[in-house]
Design a protein around this ligand. Structure first.
Ligand code: NCD
Length: 305
């Protein structure tokens, strides 16, 4: 099998999504050991991360890979070295896969054009976050009883879509899985071209529940990416776009990629409620990312190109 970068899920077929999730399940059940023995995985994280960085590292180690970690602090990036020169250096040092997180949209794609090693996009600014969407599909299909159970389910994607690379990856992933998506966000937190997505926009979580939403996928209010005031106040935002206990009465499930602003996107004690898949999403990160690493490096036996 050849190597391949994972930059987005735009060109990933439904069948391929299913195969990656099947591989992740096999990894979770134990067939992971030694799949990357003798390979070197480089984790280049030039933006903060807890779950993504830790789960990629655990995933690579479970596969038996050697792991090198690099951040902006302490690397030549802090001396002004460019992203391209940095990834070319990692490539020359023999990395078999480069996992990249970077604040600029398009950075993973740029990096992949200069390396022989595959690049796995671990989040590029407001661009894409494909492994997050894969682990969300994994956690949700597990909760619902299988990948085919996703088809026809109603999911509301709630909050700061404008600044969310997660939304840009999750929307195509959920669409390919056959889910019915609506957006719940103020106009100021939707991209200008959101109309072209053809998705209904609803004014509140209450309205989404009234229209039968079964999954409430909430997004973090990404204040570090906001250039001006986009909401009147956090309290006002939480009133319309925060998931509260009353929204769970009909059996809806709650998701969030983390980190959660408790009491803003989700009411504090709902974050770890039985209806919340937040811990399941985090746990899914390890098998899904080991599956992605084995596909990216060509070590996996089978997954359609
Ligand atoms: C997300 C990210 O960094 O894009 N978190 C994550 O990877 N689990 C979402 C966010 O920061 O809001």
């Amino acid at each position: 099998m050849g190597i391949r970068s994972f930059l987005s899920l735009e060109h990933t077929s439904r069948n391929e999504l299913r195969e990656i999730l099947d591989l992740a399940r096999a990894h979770e059940e134990g067939s992971v050991e030694g799949t990357l023995t003798g390979k070197t995985v480089c984790l280049a994280f030039f933006e903060s991360s807890t779950r993504t960085a830790v789960s990629f590292e655990l995933a690579a180690r479970r596969c038996g890979a050697d792991v090198i970690s690099l951040s902006d602090k302490g690397s030549a990036i802090s001396k002004g070295e460019s992203l391209v020169d940095t990834v070319v250096t990692l490539d020359s040092l023999g990395a078999d896969a480069i996992v990249l997180r970077h604040p600029a949209a398009g950075s993973a794609s740029l990096a992949s054009r200069h390396t022989a090693a595959p690049v796995v996009n671990a989040g590029d600014g407001c661009g894409q976050h494909p492994t997050q969407a894969l682990l969300d599909l994994y956690a949700l299909s597990k909760a619902l009883g299988g990948f085919d159970e996703l088809s026809g389910r109603r999911v509301a994607i709630i909050g700061d879509v404008l600044h969310s690379r997660v939304a840009r990856s999750v929307i195509p992933a959920f669409t390919k899985a056959g889910m019915e998506i609506s957006l719940v966000a103020p106009r100021t937190l939707l991209p200008r071209d959101a109309g072209a997505w053809g998705l209904p926009v609803l004014p509140s979580v209450d309205e989404a529940i009234d229209r039968g939403a079964e999954v409430l996928y909430t997004l973090r209010l990404q204040r570090e990416r906001m250039t001006g005031a986009r909401i009147p106040s956090v309290g006002e935002y939480a009133r319309f776009y925060g998931v509260a206990r009353r929204h769970l009465r009909g059996g809806a499930l709650v998701m969030h990629p983390g980190p959660v602003n408790r009491g803003v996107e989700i009411e504090g004690d709902v974050v770890l409620d039985a209806a919340s898949l937040v811990p399941n999403q985090v746990a899914a990160g390890v098998p899904v990312r080991s599956a992605v690493l084995t596909v990216a490096t060509g070590a996996a036996q089978r997954v359609a190109a």
